[in-house]
Design a protein around this ligand. Sequence first.
Ligand SMILES: [Fe+2]
Length: 253
Amino acid sequence: MRYALISDVHANLPALQAVLRDIAVRASVDATFHLGDLVGYAPWPNEVVELLAVAGVPGVAGNYDSTVATDYKHCGCQYEDPHQEELSHLSYGWTRANVSPRTKALLGALSFRIDLRPLGGHVAGPTVTLVHGNDVLNTVYVHETRPDAFLQKMGAGLGARAGDVVCFGHTHVPWHRVVDGVHYVNTGSVGRPKDGDWRAGYVLLDVTDRDVAVEIVRVEYDVEAAAQAILATELPGELADQLRRGGRLAVAK
Ligand SMILES: [Fe+2]
């Protein structure tokens, strides 16, 4: 089985369209799943949710999805500094004011985790588990700097065994590490990367009964169209520059 895994689209329609086109031309992809955070920070929350619904792409709930769906007081995001916190509050307020009832209902219906087994478990092969954050909360950041013990606890919490694959997003930086035979895969971000590369990111996962291969893919898209669309709304204009810089702050050295 070859899975395409897309995460953290964050209402960036041009980025999502480019990624879905890239997946479509790879005829060997058997199924596509998302790992949450469909909305926030860009001006197309309803269009993104609708496109994934029409395309039949299932997925799990990110913190942004479940907080928007439940009218929670904040998005459950972590902030680098008070200024980023302010931007985040403005983005969350704009998103809550602009999602349709249908979008909220679809976001509220997303599940916490999805387990994929080859042909429903009728053939041998690893289980692939999808969550947004960790095994307990969709707000926990699983950065690459997390120690092995953290990943072991997460894998055990999800019931992963050697050979299985645990996939998650939320940090917007893709990476892959194997601990005790379990693959831990951060699928990065389609619509708001934070690794300094502005291109949309996703992961191709090839799973056989003996092996797992992980490919981190980057796709160019019209980032300027997305930036201009942000500037045409009441969303903070700084979010446009963050997209152009792949999440790197203007003052970052
Ligand atoms: Fe996110």
